[in-house]
Design a protein around this ligand. Sequence first.
Ligand SMILES: Cc1cc2nc3c(=O)[nH]c(=O)nc-3n(C[C@H](O)[C@H](O)[C@H](O)COP(=O)(O)OP(=O)(O)OC[C@H]3O[C@@H](n4cnc5c(N)ncnc54)[C@H](O)[C@@H]3O)c2cc1C
Length: 280
Amino acid sequence: MQGTVAGRELLEPRSLADAVKMLRDEGPLVPMAGCTDLYVALNFGTLRPTRFLNLWNLDTLRGIEARGQTLRIGALTTYTDLITSGVIRRRLPMLAAAAREVGGVQIQNRGTLGGNVANASPAGDTLPVLLAVDTVVVLRSAAGTRRLPMTSFYTGYRQTAARQDELIVTFEIPAVRGRQWFRKVGTRAAQAISKVVVAGVWDKARAGARPRLAMGSVAPIPLRLSQTEHALGSGAPLAEAQAVLQREIAPIDDLRSTEEYRRQVAANLLGQFCAETSRR
Ligand SMILES: Cc1cc2nc3c(=O)[nH]c(=O)nc-3n(C[C@H](O)[C@H](O)[C@H](O)COP(=O)(O)OP(=O)(O)OC[C@H]3O[C@@H](n4cnc5c(N)ncnc54)[C@H](O)[C@@H]3O)c2cc1C
């Protein structure tokens, strides 16, 4: 049954310090950013919590900046911000490519990177990008700041290592060298959840450089494919790397696809990644 906003409470912090104090002293509260996922849950009648913390007006959580080698992206950065950012185009074009594939324009204007990461869907389109480039998730609570590698952020199906009193504030991304590559396979070009989504980078010009690869919709959590990376980096032929990939992923049958189809697509995408990151 469709949910309703009646009987729910929204707290309005005026600063980040205010927000984390509210989480500590007035919790449990559910952070609310662009609300694109939360609203779907409300509509489906599955949104149980009644108390929310509105992050939307906290401008300190917005912005994209390159500081030396590190790219910093605020949690409230929207898909539209990513698509239109010159810094992202230059430093992390595959993140703009992923953002362009998310929903439609309305969702791109409202949905945030922090929300995509915190929502922890294994099909989230930006997650393989962030995983492949060794992103650090910066969390803030009233007790201080914690930095977690994205590769240890997801602990189980729709579960993260963030505590209830913590907010995601920023993503820190070290310099990325090599050709970036992103593909989303869905039912149609727009407004479709991924059947398989992959991001990778491989600096083939640098001797001994290992590829970095991550996939979504092929396991309970978005996966960094370290064993497949190792096989490719050690010069294994594609068929061998594809066999390693099949052992590394654990796709399921669901309403969007089948395990068999996902396995085939994942193998094909690995082949495309290898071929296309070789081109100059
Ligand atoms: C029509 C439609 C199409 C979509 N298409 C796609 C698609 O193609 N690909 C895709 O990946 N996604 C898609 N989505 C999902 C969605 O838009 C994203 O997951 C979005 O990025 C969520 O961001 P938000 O700001 O709206 O999050 P919200 O809905 O506000 O929050 C989502 C979750 O994240 C938590 N949260 C938000 N910000 C923070 C923070 N800073 N710190 C801690 N927790 C936080 C919230 O508590 C909540 O649990 C679609 C959604 C809709 C409605």
